[in-house]
Write a protein that binds this ligand. Structure first.
Ligand code: AHM
Ligand code: MG
Length: 343
């Protein structure tokens, strides 16, 4: 017998008891994000057809090229979240400053949403997977009006929900509200996200490592040694491991979430804080991986406990299967002790 299909909206309504303090606003907010994702997906799918690929001729706040589709996705999310009325302030990887919402004070807006509207922008032109990452907090500022930068600079432990959408061979939306991780695949024939990956758990041990090995000469000694360990032949322990790297964080994360593995973006000589942004990219995926039984650290500390100081702050990242992350940390700690002794 064919299983009953459960759509994203049915699922979030059924699970509304996950948010006892919410009067339906978080349900509505998640549903708004799902709708924005469908609109972005439509544009991503026809990007090659309507000549909207290519540089928009501007540079984002990190000094990187911005593609037209990034701007489109950013505008869609901002518009969807402003219209809903649940959100008091937003932060986007594409905007220097916070984006105020509910400026007329008409709504009882309790939520803060931070997002990377289109992660993996260098992959747009080559038809490889790209994605949207989002993170939701409750406001800490007083009142009903627009929120403040303080609302956006909360530690990742304060997230009430987080998730991502990948526009890949199929389009999938994965999210958590702190009660497990569930994935919904878009069925284009009915235009609905349908529950396809209930209660995702990531393996504790695995055999995939994902990092930009081209930067190896600039990695810290501990990461270089961990990389050697991954490549070393050891039949009993199942090594060498496989290397897999798409160059879209959310797509590399998604593969490793399902199959198990470690994703590393370490500090390098050129980028001592790594490349990934704490509030837009790292915290949401760290929340998801912990909910799926994995872990995320900066090489030493749990990233969710880092109190962000600025909106576009970066952090080194070791994320994925718990035993692989712990092993990488051991190599880092040993190399650091040796360096201190020899100093
Ligand atoms: P962006 O496309 O939002 O700017 O994200 C940065 C991307 C990540 O998706 C990916 O993990 C990383 O940059 C890849 O960096 P690199 O090319 O240095 O390996
Ligand atoms: Mg990104």
């Amino acid at each position: 017998m064919r299983n009953q299909v459960k759509t994203l909206n049915q699922f979030i309504i059924e699970n509304q008891q996950d948010f006892p303090y919410s009067k339906g606003e978080l349900t509505r907010l998640l549903s708004d994000i799902g709708t924005a994702a469908k609109i972005i997906n439509r544009e991503v799918n026809k990007a090659g057809l309507v000549n909207i690929l290519g540089d928009a001729g501007t540079v984002n706040v990190q000094g990187e090229e911005v593609k037209k589709l990034d701007i489109y996705a950013n505008d869609q999310l901002i518009a969807a979240l402003k219209t809903g009325g649940e959100v008091c302030v937003m932060g986007s990887e594409e905007n220097d400053d916070i984006i105020e919402a509910n400026t007329d004070g008409k709504h009882n807006s309790k939520y803060v949403v931070l997002f990377d509207p289109l992660d993996g922008s260098s992959n747009i032109d080559v038809n490889a997977s790209i994605g949207t990452i989002f993170s939701i907090y409750r406001r800490v500022s007083e009142g009903n009006g627009p929120g403040t930068v303080e609302d956006c600079l909360q530690a990742g432990t304060e997230q009430v929900a987080a998730g991502y959408v990948i526009y890949g061979s199929s389009t999938i939306l994965v999210f958590t509200t702190g009660n497990g991780v569930n994935g919904f695949t878009l069925d284009p024939s009915i235009g609905e996200f349908c529950l396809s990956h209930p209660n995702i758990q990531t393996p504790k041990d695995a055999k995939i490592y994902s990092l930009n090995e081209g930067n190896a000469a600039h990695f810290p000694e501990g990461v270089k040694r961990y990389l050697e360990y991954c490549k070393e032949v050891n039949k009993e322990e199942g090594r060498p491991y496989s290397s897999r790297y798409i160059g879209t964080f959310v797509a590399d994360f998604h593969r490793n979430l399902l199959k198990g593995g470690i994703f590393i973006y370490p500090p390098t000589d050129k980028a001592p804080k790594g490349k990934l942004r704490l509030v837009y990219e790292v915290n949401p995926l760290a929340f998801l991986i912990e909910q799926a039984g994995g872990c995320a650290t900066d090489g030493k500390n749990r990233v969710l406990e880092i109190k962000p100081e600025t909106l576009h702050q970066r952090t080194p990242l070791f994320i994925g299967s718990e035993n692989m992350v712990r092993k990488a940390e051991e190599f880092l700690a040993t190399a650091n002790v040796e360096a201190a002794v020899n100093a």
